[in-house]
Design a protein around this ligand. Structure first.
Ligand SMILES: *[C@@H]1O[C@H](CO)[C@@H](O)[C@H](O)[C@H]1NC(C)=O
Ligand SMILES: *[C@@H]1O[C@H](CO)[C@@H](O)[C@H](O)[C@H]1NC(C)=O
Length: 184
């Protein structure tokens, strides 16, 4: 009995220590969004925008935080989360009226009514995987106020998107670490 419990506890420890994080890269050949990192900033996901993250002073002083300049994700089977250290994590959701892919702020589970949190899956490819969403393809739309930045959406049925938006594949690349303490 005791051995079983110990093994179970150890297995739990090991599996949490080896939690799988991954980064995402866009693929849309012969387009401005071919091979761009998917980044987190202002609770939205982007292509062509630097990652925005935060490390609290008290953590900085003790253990330090991940570098915070890359964006990682966790999960991707059903639900999807940001690859962060902050207790409680940060959940990815799709805004029901716009299709925008967003994430919750740290220490809060607040989401708009009707937010879509499921439908994600990762299919292993040849040396990489592809993240997709059963509610619609991934779409990047040029951001008028910030040239060169593209905002990430899921092409939800019933939502209309600008002609300038481009569909893309999201390639996963494994990472052993969370990319940030929290994304801001
Ligand atoms: C992130 O920051 C680390 C440490 O400053 C640096 O070594 C690394 O090259 C940076 N990575 C990117 C993608 O900017
Ligand atoms: C990435 O991680 C997943 C889950 O652990 C694994 O199945 C897959 O083989 C890994 N891919 C690569 C290229 O290492």
């Amino acid at each position: 009995m005791k051995t079983t419990a110990t093994v179970a506890a150890l297995t739990g420890l090991l599996s949490s220590a080896s939690a799988q994080y991954f980064g995402l890269t866009s693929a849309r050949s012969a387009s401005p969004i071919h091979y761009q990192s998917v980044s987190a900033s202002g609770q939205s996901l982007w292509l062509g925008k630097p990652t925005a993250s935060y490390c609290p002073e008290n953590v900085k002083d003790i253990d330090g935080c991940p570098a915070g300049n890359t964006t990682t994700f966790a999960g991707g089977e059903g639900s999807l989360s940001m690859g962060v250290v902050v207790p409680g994590g940060q959940q990815v959701y799709v805004e029901p009226d716009t299709g925008a892919v967003k994430y919750t702020i740290a220490h809060s589970a607040a989401m708009p009514e009707g937010a879509i949190v499921t439908g994600w899956s990762t299919n292993p490819g040849n040396g990489f995987g592809i993240l997709s969403n059963e509610n619609g393809g991934l779409l990047a739309c040029p951001c008028e106020s910030d040239e060169g930045s593209w905002k990430v959406f899921v092409q939800l049925e019933g939502v209309s998107f600008d002609d300038g938006c481009l569909g893309f594949d999201a390639l996963t690349s494994n990472s052993t670490q969370a990319g940030a303490w929290q994304y801001s």
